[in-house]
Design a protein around this ligand. Structure first.
Ligand code: ATP
Ligand code: MG
Length: 466
């Protein structure tokens, strides 16, 4: 009978005795005159399986072809390991070399494995222990997100990537066009004639699926989106990407408090899932880079998030500034909080995550529910240690008149938004939602420092390699 390949992750849990076939990439090869030891990794786990090969006239020519990075298949018996570090190892009886790896040209020399350098070596990056761990965690988290919503009866709604509306009104969109930029058709006013464009109007890549998500929620009850999002913001920070993934639940009949409850439960569930299901990878990242990682993850799960009015938050920050804390950006009522302010509240003042609500309406989007004071809106930002804002959300303005007035006040075009405003005309309902930046979550869960290092192929200003 043909022997099927077993993943290294599963092999390492098996009892000695079985005949097995493993396939993967060589991490190291060492040994003495009689025996060679090969550490083989197949990406299924951070752990390698040790291959033991007797050196003889048959195996020497094969071993000569095998160096770090080579791709091989190994057939052999699983035996108890005499060495420490693993319970079982494979005593090889047959080795197939699928792909050699020239040691002289191997791009991963010990001397330069900085994250910056690795971003330039696309094929090697996922083969490192660090990115293997990060990418497995990323996959597990995506699964946990779907599972969380699915088990609570949320409908997964696919919102469009190409859109004609700017959900955030921030104008940081990538235009999508098939017009010939060398020879743009013009209208009578001399402006580009978008009626000649592919969609017959000006379109862009979406900055958020929320507006379409609201149409789903006000029909299906509870929905979520999970997809790529694009922002042409020139933010060269360790927390911004031009292409990132966002999870946006939107719920009919939730007020701001229920929205906060969901956000807190959701994020705690994901962190707990990571600790329970990705322990080896998290342990590796903890031991290698960030000895406080596991402690930080556990502390978030075990604590009630602080819920604080923006106005109170500003008071705390003003007090801190008065007492000598240096902030780069000024603090005053009406200011949009910078990451340094958010992190001060979370890390220094409270020592735990904070959900900030009641923001000034002028620094938030048009769709947020206006408070009775006429100055603030029912926004909620979830602020996390090391990250700052990880979630942004709000209760939505359900009142037709107030929504229209706000759109006009901001000088936005109502015409482009009629399809959205219709939800308030025909059976309007109170509803809420939020957006979780997937890579911000991963920054937190992995302890990585730069958002470019938690996505397989980062896109940032002046960088769209591969
Ligand atoms: P920030 O102030 O950090 O730029 P934002 O207020 O623009 O965030 P929202 O529009 O509320 O963010 O988006 C919801 C979530 O999406 C944020 O809480 C964050 O987790 C994530 N996010 C926003 N912009 C980016 C980006 N450029 N790269 C990665 N994640 C992002
Ligand atoms: Mg932003």
């Amino acid at each position: 009978m043909e022997l099927l390949k077993t993943k290294v992750k599963d092999l390492l849990k098996m009892e000695a005795g079985a005949e097995v076939l493993a396939k993967g990439w060589v991490r190291t090869k060492r040994g003495n005159k009689e025996i060679a030891f090969i550490a083989l990794n197949d990406g299924s786990t951070i752990k390698n399986v040790q291959i033991v090969v007797d050196k003889n006239a048959d195996t020497e020519p094969v071993l000569a072809k095998i160096g770090t990075g080579a791709c091989i298949g190994v057939r052999g018996r699983l035996v108890e390991s005499v060495g420490s570090g693993q319970a079982v190892e494979i005593k090889a009886s047959e080795i197939t070399v699928y792909g050699e790896c020239d040691p002289m040209r191997y791009p991963l020399q010990k001397k330069d494995t900085s994250f910056e350098y690795l971003r330039t070596v696309a094929h090697m990056r996922p083969r490192t222990n660090t990115f293997g761990a990060v990418l497995r965690l990323r996959s597990q988290m995506a699964f946990a997100i779907h599972e969380y919503f699915h088990s609570r009866g949320f409908v997964y709604l696919h919102t469009p990537l190409i859109t004609a509306s700017d959900a955030e009104g921030a104008g940081q969109m990538f235009q999508v066009t098939t017009l010939d930029l060398e020879n743009v058709p013009r209208n009578k006013k001399g402006k580009p004639d978008y009626t000649k464009d592919f969609f017959g109007k000006q379109t862009s890549l979406t900055v958020s699926g929320q507006l379409e998500g609201e149409l789903g929620a006000t029909a299906l009850g509870e929905i979520y989106t999970f997809g790529p999002t694009f922002r042409a913001e020139n933010s060269n920070t360790p927390r911004h990407l031009a292409e990132f993934w966002m999870i946006e639940p939107e719920m009919a009949f939730y007020d701001i408090k229920e929205n906060m409850d969901l956000a807190e439960d959701f994020i705690k569930h994901l962190v707990r899932y990571a600790l329970d299901n990705c322990r080896d990878d998290i342990q590796f990242l903890n031991d290698r880079y960030d000895p406080e990682l596991i402690g930080r993850l556990e502390s978030v799960i075990g604590t009630d998030f602080v819920r604080l009015e923006y106005t109170e938050g500003i008071k705390i920050l003003e007090e801190a500034a008065k007492n000598g804390v240096q902030f780069e950006y000024p603090v005053f009522w009406g200011a949009d909080l910078q990451s340094e302010h958010e992190r001060y509240l979370v890390e220094k003042h409270f020592g735990k995550p904070v959900i900030l609500t009641g923001y000034p309406k002028d620094i938030k989007a048009f769709y947020m529910k206006q408070n009775e004071d006429g100055k603030t809106v029912r926004a909620m930002d979830v602020l996390f240690p090391k990250i700052g804002e990880i979630i942004g959300g709000s209760e939505r303005e359900a009142d037709l008149g107030k929504l229209e007035a706000r759109i006009d006040e901001l000088g936005m075009s109502r015409k482009n938004l009629e399809w959205y405003i219709d939800t308030r005309r025909f059976g309007s309902c109170p509803h809420s939602g939020f957006g979780l930046g997937f890579e911000r979550l991963l920054l937190f869960v992995t302890g990585m420092q730069n958002i470019r290092d938690v996505i397989p192929f980062p896109r940032t200003p002046k960088n769209a390699e591969f």
